[in-house]
Design a protein around this ligand. Structure first.
Ligand SMILES: Cc1cc2nc3c(=O)[nH]c(=O)nc-3n(C[C@H](O)[C@H](O)[C@H](O)COP(=O)(O)OP(=O)(O)OC[C@H]3O[C@@H](n4cnc5c(N)ncnc54)[C@H](O)[C@@H]3O)c2cc1C
Length: 386
């Protein structure tokens, strides 16, 4: 990291300056109203941060996963919620690595200019969950179109996006040699889809996260919606998921640092029994422990970023970074809430909001158990359990 630490610091400063316009009161109000931070997303787009990874020849800044991760980390560290915008970062890597030149020319300049958003990715299904290769949504080729039927669940930011990457089966599971074969990914124009066979049903949830059920009833997509080669979509999605996991790790590190700073400040200021509560080791130690764990997780996050940007398979590092960072941010959240005593539950302190937001990352985009299972099977060569 040492060679570009100054560039990363400049990114941090730029994002912080923007985030300063959207302080705690802004995010609290958005959360209370279960609204969408439209003004924040527009400002982030206008400043070019959401086009950071788009190559310069298509109008972006041509930066890598390392820089993208710093942008999202800083949003969370400033008290905001990157979950409202992170889709564009990781979906971008899928389009950049596997999209055709024609797709890139058609969409990237418009995304870079802020005219289009690529914020959604549809993988999860209600009946198959984490067992992705059993997904039931099908894409059947009929002359120059693919016809989509099936259902997805928990698909985020649909109502605030123009484009979505969709994973569907193009060859039945019974006809492929390996279960990971026979799936394909498509770039879906959401506005066209909503009036032509795709129905969206919002899901009320614990965090203020815009997420939805999707129903496909003979949705027709032009054949040039296919990204890359037919049947190889699962491999492409996994590559994008490694970017996603690394970015989520960075967001958790941002959360963890926010909790630690907030807890430390409160522990210095709050006086009980005639002294600051932070003078008691029972209050200090959980915060110190959280600090150590966040810093350790950060090291694995940098390793994942470096591997990804170098084009090396980052699967192991990305999974481990996400595991460590999500755990560390959750421990930091717990320590912060406990340090605040009763006030931790008061919305005006923002701790309970961030506490809910960071809890999500033990489950999504991949649950902790599935990371442990990946490490056991792929790194430790233990027998497959499923
Ligand atoms: C707010 C939110 C936003 C989301 N956004 C998106 C999105 O934009 N796009 C998208 O595609 N998905 C999205 N998801 C879905 C998310 O990726 C899944 O919820 C997650 O991967 C877990 O899958 P599941 O809910 O189907 O759980 P399941 O697969 O049903 O698993 C339930 C529990 O059982 C455990 N489990 C299952 N099998 C095993 C096993 N073999 N060994 C040990 N433990 C096991 C899991 O770890 C988990 O804790 C979102 C989810 C949420 C909550």
């Amino acid at each position: 990291m040492s060679q570009n630490i100054e560039e990363l610091d400049a990114i941090r400063e730029g994002v912080r300056a923007l985030c300063a316009q959207f302080g705690a009161a802004y995010w609290r109000k958005v959360d209370e109203e279960k609204g969408f931070p439209q003004a924040f997303v527009e400002a982030l787009t206008a400043a070019g941060w959401l086009a950071a990874m788009i190559p310069t020849k298509y109008g972006g800044s041509g930066l890598g996963l390392t820089e993208a991760s710093v942008i999202l980390e800083e949003v969370n560290r400033c008290g905001g919620n990157s979950g409202t915008v992170h889709g564009q970062m990781y979906n971008m890597f899928t389009l950049l690595r596997h999209g055709s030149e024609a797709q890139k020319r058609a969409f990237l300049p418009r995304i870079a200019a802020g005219e289009l958003r690529l914020q959604s990715m549809a993988v999860t299904e209600p009946t198959t969950g984490t067992d992705t290769t059993k997904l039931k949504t099908t894409a059947v080729k009929k002359s120059d179109r693919y016809v989509i039927n099936g259902q997805k669940v928990w698909i985020s930011r649909i109502q605030h996006s123009d484009l979505m990457i969709l994973l569907a089966r193009t060859t039945p599971l019974s006809e492929v040699q390996r279960k990971s074969e026979g799936m394909s990914i498509f770039l879906v124009d959401l506005h066209q889809a909503m009036s032509n066979g795709m129905t969206v049903r919002p899901i009320a949830n614990m965090v203020n996260h815009e997420t939805n059920e999707l129903f496909f009833d003979n949705l027709e997509l032009p054949e040039d919606s296919l990204i890359g080669e037919e049947g190889k979509g699962f491999r492409y999605i996994l590559d994008g998921l490694n970017a996603e996991r690394t970015l989520i790790a960075a967001e958790c590190i941002g959360d963890g640092r926010w909790f630690i700073e907030k807890a430390s400040q409160y522990a210095r200021d709050r006086v009980v029994f005639g002294r600051p509560i932070g003078q008691n080791q029972g209050v200090q130690f959980p915060i110190a422990e959280a600090y150590i764990e966040v810093e350790a997780a950060d090291l694995m996050r940098w390793r994942a970023c470096q591997e990804y940007d170098a084009g090396i398979n980052a699967g192991a590092s990305a999974n481990m970074a996400k595991y460590l960072a999500a755990k560390a941010s959750w421990e930091a959240a717990n320590a912060c809430l406990q340090t605040h005593g009763g006030f931790g539950f008061a919305c005006e302190y923002d701790v309970e909001r961030k506490f809910r937001e960071t809890r999500l990352y033990q489950v999504a985009p991949i649950s902790t158990n599935l990371i442990l299972s990946y490490v056991a099977e792929h790194l430790l060569e233990l027998p497959r359990s499923f």
